[in-house]
Design a protein around this ligand. Sequence first.
Ligand SMILES: O=C(O)C1=C[C@@H](OP(=O)(O)O)[C@@H](O)[C@H](O)C1
Ligand SMILES: C=C(OP(=O)(O)O)C(=O)O
Length: 444
Amino acid sequence: MSRLTVFPGHPLSGEVSLPGDKSISHRAALLAAMAEGESRVTHFLDSGVTRALLNALQQLGVDWQLDGETLTVRGQAWRSPDQSLNCGNSATTLRLLAGALAARNTAAVLDGSDGLRRRPMGRILQPLRAMGVAIESPDGEHAPLTISQRAAGQQLRALTHPLTLASAQVKSCVLLAGLAAEGPVTVIEPHRSRDHSERLLSALGVKIESQPVADGWAVTIHPHPTDLPAFDLTIPGDTSAAAFWVVAASITPGSRITLAGVGLNPGRTGLLTALQEMGGRIEIIPRGEQGGEAVGDVIVSSADLRGIEIHGERVTAMIDEFPVFAVAAAFATGVTHVREAGELRHKESDRIRALCRLLNALGAKVEEHPDGFTIDGQAGLRGGAVVSAEGDHRIAMAAAIAGLAADQPVTVQGAEMMAESYPKFAETLLRLGGRIRMEEENSG
Ligand SMILES: O=C(O)C1=C[C@@H](OP(=O)(O)O)[C@@H](O)[C@H](O)C1
Ligand SMILES: C=C(OP(=O)(O)O)C(=O)O
């Protein structure tokens, strides 16, 4: 286990070069593996969760090479692996692979860490089965999931699938399976989730329609019986990685930083909007498109923040940002309410519980609700505590950010989790002027 201690009292300045976006890296690697010929993905995120996907692709017989941040993939026919595919801690890997395996009619067992085995999977089992995919779970809800091969020539059925909860992972799983259906497959979400899959599939020539409907937002994929074409793609900077620095510079007095090339997909920018409404000094300079996604530079200076209320579709647009958002709320004055965010209980940790525990330990006034939390912001945090990462990369990084502006240092135990999505987090913090100490300890 590693411990990271962050010392307060040091303003942040300079330019951050962000890692490639996690969601787009997953999709790029997977679609390249389903394509015919050699694809080249630059600014690919090399991290724990993307390595889980790459290792699984290797077990499926896909040939890839990662040279720094450049991923080269030679797409080919997939073979059924001898051993289960270990998706590590990554639900994105497991859920997207399930849809792709169904489309490719490749038998496999999808498994992962104990944490991943606790994540809900009924949400993909149900639509995949309705399409005719033979997929089994030991208890009908959790991994390991076993996908069997269909008889040759047996196509998947067309489907219209309403979701009670907006989820880009479930939507992407169903759309990927839809590539091999005999008719159109439609997913209706109560509101729009991130659309990286739709953008990339449509750039590769797949017919996709996306439109508002009476009960939400509908996305339809039309069958695409031939292989996808190989492609070259440059991945924008990760919006969710940027969020840590947006909060860091906002709460640390005297800070001013520039985040270059941030992905600005509207399904991802909820935290930027929330912080702006809280009084954050955040300037967004659009820089056009990269790989079919809006990108821009974001300049953030420290500011006095006010509490805010977040619920409904705003939750989806900042779904991964709540741990660090809660830190911002503790440094604000006034009350912050988050409601209709019960889905946070089904991430790498129960993030409602974990962030409440974290903020409590650091001296905040926080109340846990079944579907959210309330923070009575005191314009600061006491700090001076050793806190657990709870096996969750985003809790670990949020705790570290709190240490920048607390009265006393904050030590994060289990800081190695940060490498799941952001291996260079501590290095970047140092480069911006933060003061940290990293220690390795024996877990035995
Ligand atoms: O599609 C994706 O890449 C993701 C979608 C979100 O999950 P849900 O679809 O479960 O909301 C998000 O929390 C996850 O980190 C990445
Ligand atoms: C929830 C996350 O990812 P996943 O669902 O892929 O585990 C995350 O990265 O915050």
